[in-house]
Design a protein around this ligand. Structure first.
Ligand code: ADE
Length: 244
């Protein structure tokens, strides 16, 4: 997969993209990552990238000529998503990350200041993604979140392929609790089932714990989750117990 990022702050990317899994993905040749400085496409002598909004009001707007020139320099094909990071975009979810991870090429455009000239959207942007209902000072951190969430799903990036199928959100549920040694820590033990050696019982327990945690922390997710009759019976039992 190839990812091109357009930003006014290229230095924000290298530390994150040179560590941990993102570095492994690059090192293994699974990710070709490039950062481009939008300012390099400002042709006037002050290298101006922003200007005051027509109609007045506060804030500065990224200039359309500079940003479109920067995007066009990457020469995205007609089916390469050119994604604007913005709080007005569609929300990033596991599903969106999966969809992006299957693309051979992504262009991520980091907005700054009050936003981008609307004509950039009209001419050069094909998708717009938000990482949550809050406003960041720029799209860089959001782009890094999108990159991390998508790249870790590329086959071969994570060691154990099956672990990601159990990730929170992968099945529409949150993950349940995990334990490792020691068997007792500050008076707290480990659930017996995990040391019982009964594989089927362990799986059943994990499923129930995922259901319980989702029901407690994110009940909104249950409406979309793929639930078996056993799952529904277990949830009904939880609700009964809570009602007592
Ligand atoms: N830029 C500013 N805020 C943002 C957000 N919530 N998501 C994506 N990009 C942004």
């Amino acid at each position: 997969m190839k990812i091109d990022v357009l930003t006014l702050f290229p230095v924000m990317f290298e530390p994150i993209m040179s560590a941990s899994m993102m570095w492994k993905a690059r090192d293994r040749g699974l990710l070709d990552f490039r950062v481009h400085d939008i300012r390099d496409y400002a042709l006037d002598k002050h290298r101006q990238v922003d200007d005051a909004p027509y109609g007045g009001g506060g804030g500065m707007i990224l200039k359309p000529d500079v940003l479109v020139r920067a995007i066009e320099s990457i020469r995205p094909t007609a089916d390469t998503p050119v994604v604007l990071m913005s709080p007005q975009g569609r929300l990033l979810t596991h599903r969106v990350a999966q969809e992006l991870s299957r693309r051979p090429h992504l262009v991520l455009v980091c907005g700054h200041y009050e936003g981008v000239d609307e004509r950039v959207r009209n001419l050069a942007i094909s998708d717009e993604i938000s990482i949550g209902d809050y406003v960041l000072t720029g799209g860089e951190l959001a782009a890094l979140v999108v990159i991390d969430a998508a790249v870790r799903l590329i086959p071969g990036v994570l060691g154990a392929e099956d672990a990601q199928e159990r990730d929170s959100h992968a099945q529409g549920l949150l993950e349940g609790p995990h334990y490792t040694r020691p068997a007792e820590f500050r008076g707290l033990g480990v659930p017996d089932v995990l040391t019982s050696g009964h594989h089927a019982e362990v799986e059943r327990w994990r499923r129930q714990q995922a259901l319980k945690r989702t029901w407690r922390q994110r009940p909104d997710l249950l409406a979309q989750a793929d639930l078996s009759d056993d799952d529904k019976a277990y949830l009904a039992q939880l609700m009964d117990e809570a009602g007592d």
